[in-house]
Every structure is written in structure tokens, then in C-alpha cells.
Ligand binder design. Structure first.
Ligand code: NDP
Length: 384
């Protein structure tokens, strides 16, 4: 039986790499659903190649174009934000790859969980915003959530076979991004062209900026808390510029397991899609005989203050990570449009975290309200 996959965010960096993995394994997987926000040309090309049951183009103004281009096929075409949730309810797929970027991925992922679908989770913001609710529903529905984020995939892989053993802590590795070692007098002048040049990973724009500011590592700490049911004190971040060790788990006997490999997102994507089986592939291998050293250092949280803000949000819990995430999405949006500087992003996030009322145990509706309030306030800071 082939596993039937729905890729939400198929036109993005994770989505396109997932399609490469699926194309290389036609006996294992077939595509049921593909979704895009704006990129109708790529969505149409993907639909013609993979022949899914349905596609969604969120931007409704592009519906007619997509519909016309696929009129000679059996592909059902949907449009609009609500259609994401509608197709997430389809019986015809087994696993959702949640690869939409940002808060926009939350509703459809939650809907898939509620429908009992296995989730391969790339969209970390879903857990950052409403991790308590999403994980609770996943437990109730007995839905496996398999991480795609390379660090969380590494931790997940280290934990296979360790169900009876206690974790002492996890160590999330961070490449440090393109500005490792730089100080504020340098960062004040950097532009998006610099921030988008990640040394080890080729990713979408938002996560590339998040990696440059270290917000990505902050989001990942919160993601890890929910995925692995950890206390904040059990989560450590260490900078490892080579990105060969993707993360580590230290068990109660002090033993440390690491998952290693060349930095290539296809590997964690393939692992999540194929779980519990490993799938043979021809990806380049890490060669110890040709490697030099692996390095580790403490993150510079005085310069990259986003990591300190995220640590604060991790400890405070409630709606604070949701507020932080919303402000960060607006800040990154402003930075990518040259409306604000690199360091202004942190200022915006901090001011928003101080401004929006704290809720200790929000409902889902209150998470949505906090997100909207935080977005509006952050946008007002830069006249968006
Ligand atoms: P991209 O920006 O490359 O792709 C995002 C995808 O989401 C695209 O298909 C895009 O459609 C779609 N999309 C964007 N906005 C919306 C919206 N408002 N509603 C519906 N769909 C939308 O992102 P990445 O692939 O880099 O990242 C996806 C997620 O995976 C993020 O949460 C990221 O943090 C996480 N992740 C990514 C990694 C990577 O290597 N890229 C690594 C680990 C995690 P369109 O193309 O039409 O705009």
C-alpha cells in the first residue's frame, strides 16, 4: 500500500524537496493534495506532474487561472484560506506534510489532527503558537506528529527505542547563521541580501531571516518543549557552525546520543514521510576521513537578543510564545521589504511582548485573538 500524502505548502522549500523525495520513491508514496499561497505557475506544474486528487490556491484571484490550466485533468481545484481546512478533512490521504510557513499553517494542521491524520510537521509555528492544544488533540486522536525540522528529527531519531528511559536534557544545535561572531555595530547595517545567505542550509525567506537573528532557534526551543514534553530547564542550545550534528539527547545515565549527517533537508523530510522505516537513497554522505573538526560554542545572546526573548517566552508560557511569534512574523515581513533594519526586528518583538496582555491558559480562540492583537500592534510600530 502506498502512503497517500497531502503537502500543504508544496511550492515552498520544504514542499518542493518533499516532492523530490516522493518522485524518487514512486512505490512508497503518492500525492493526494497540493497547496500554494500565490505561486500558481509552480502549483499547476506540480499538479500536472503528480496528478493529485485536489489542489488549493489560497489567493482566490488566481483560481480561474489554475482551474483553466488543469481543466483537461481530473484534479479538483479549490481556492481561499477556508479551503485549506476543507481539504484537510478529506478521507483520501494518510499523512499531511505541514509545510506552510508561519501562523497560516495552524488551522489546517489542527484540522488534520482532529481528523486523525498522521502529521509530518515542518511548520514549527503551529506548536509555538498553540502547542498545548495541538499536542493534547494529537494525544486524544492518537495522531503521530513526526518532526521534519532537522533538529527535532534528530532528537526524535535519538529517542527511538528509548521509551522507558528518562531524558535528562536535549541539546539543540544552531549553525549560528550568516552573522555568527558579528556584533551590533555590524548588524545595524545588514540587508536582506546578506541575511538570506545561510552558510549551510537553503531555505525559504522567513526561516532564513529567523536563522540569522537566532529567532529560529528560539522557536525551536518552544517546538521541542511541546513535541517531547520537556521542561524549559531540559533544553540547551549550543552553536555548532558545521551543522553536522543535528541535535543530541542526554539520558539520565549521562549518555549522549547524537544524530549526524550532511545538512540536507531531504533526509529529515524522507525520514518523517517513511517513518518508521528508513528508505535507501543516494544523497551525499558525510565522510569522517575527509572532515576536519567539529566546533561548539555558546550562543551570543547579548547580540542575538531574540534568543533571550524566546527563552523568556518559553519560561512564561501561556500566550507569550504566540505573541512573540506574531510580532516576529510582522518584523521579518518588514525587514524583507526594507522597511526596518536587522536590529529593529528584536525591538519590535520585545515591545510587542510587553504590550499585549498575558494569558496563562488561553483557549484556541484566545490564541487567535492574541495573534491578531500582536500583529496589529507590531504593524503599527512600522506603519504597515
Ligand atoms: P517557504 O517560504 O519556502 O514556503 C512556504 C509555503 O507556504 C509555500 O508553499 C507558500 O506558498 C505557502 N504559504 C505561504 N504563506 C501562506 C499562507 N498565508 N497561506 C497558505 N500557504 C502559504 O517556506 P519553507 O519551506 O522554508 O518553510 C516552511 C515551514 O517549514 C516553516 O514553518 C519553516 O519554519 C519550516 N522549516 C523549513 C525548513 C527549510 O529548510 N526550509 C527547515 C525546517 C523547518 P507560495 O509558494 O505560493 O507563496
Amino acid at each position: 500500500m502506498k502512503k497517500r500524502i497531502a503537502i500543504f505548502g508544496s511550492t515552498g522549500s520544504v514542499g518542493t524537496q518533499a516532492l523530490n523525495v516522493i518522485a524518487a520513491n514512486p512505490d512508497l508514496f503518492e500525492i493526494e493534495i497540493l497547496t500554494a499561497n500565490n505561486n500558481e505557475d509552480l502549483l499547476i506544474a506540480q499538479a500536472r506532474k503528480y496528478n493529485p486528487n485536489a489542489v488549493v490556491i489560497v489567493n482566490e484571484s488566481k483560481y480561474e487561472t489554475v482551474k483553466a490550466a488543469l481543466s483537461d485533468t481530473m484534479v479538483k481545484v479549490f481556492a481561499g484560506e477556508a479551503a485549506l481546512e476543507e481539504v484537510a478533512e478529506f478521507d483520501s490521504y494518510d499523512m499531511m506534510l505541514a509545510a506552510i510557513v508561519g501562523f497560516a499553517g495552524l488551522k489546517s494542521t489542527l484540522r488534520a489532527v482532529e481528523c486523525g491524520k498522521a502529521i509530518a510537521l515542518a511548520n514549527k509555528e503551529t506548536l509555538v503558537v498553540a502547542g498545548d492544544i495541538v499536542m493534547q488533540r494529537a494525544v486524544e486522536k492518537r495522531v503521530p506528529i513526526i518532526p521534519v525540522d532537522s533538529e527535532h528529527s534528530a532528537i526524535f531519531q535519538c529517542m527511538v527505542g528509548e521509551t522507558r528511559n528518562q531524558i535528562e536534557k536535549i541539546v539543540l544545535t544552531a549553525s549560528g547563521g550568516p552573522f555568527l561572531g558579528k556584533k551590533p555595530n555590524f548588524l545595524v547595517n545588514v540587508k536582506k541580501e546578506h541575511a538570506l545567505q545561510h552558510p549551510n542550509w537553503n531555505m525559504g525567506a522567513k526561516i532564513s531571516v529567523d536563522s540569522a537573528t537566532l529567532m529560529n532557534k528560539g522557536l525551536e526551543m518552544i517546538e521541542a518543549k511541546w513535541l517531547f514534553n520537556l521542561k524549559p530547564s531540559q533544553i540547551q542550545v549550543i552553536v555548532h557552525p558545521e551543522s553536522i550534528i543535528h541535535s543530541m539527547v542526554q539520558f539520565e545515565d549521562g549518555s549522549i546520543k547524537a544524530q549526524m549527517g550532511l545538512p540536507d533537508m531531504k533526509l529529515p523530510i524522507q525520514y518523517a514521510l517513511g517513518f518508521p522505516h528508513r528508505i535507501p537513497n543516494s544523497f551525499p554522505r558525510y565522510d569522517f576521513s575527509r572532515s576536519s573538526s567539529l566546533h561548539f560554542e555558546q550562543p551570543d545572546i547579548k547580540t542575538f537578543r531574540n534568543l533571550a526573548l524566546a527563552t523568556d517566552a518559553l519560561h512564561r508560557g501561556g500566550n507569550m510564545p504566540c505573541i512573540m511569534n506574531a510580532a516576529n512574523e510582522i518584523a521579518v515581513y518588514g525587514f524583507l521589504r526594507n522597511r526596518i533594519g536587522f536590529l529593529d526586528m528584536t525591538e519590535m518583538v520585545e515591545r510587542t511582548m510587553h504590550k499585549i496582555p498575558f494569558l496563562e491558559k488561553p483557549t484556541l480562540e484566545e490564541y487567535f485573538e492574541s495573534d491578531a492583537e500582536a500583529r496589529n500592534f507590531a504593524a503599527s510600530l512600522i506603519n504597515l
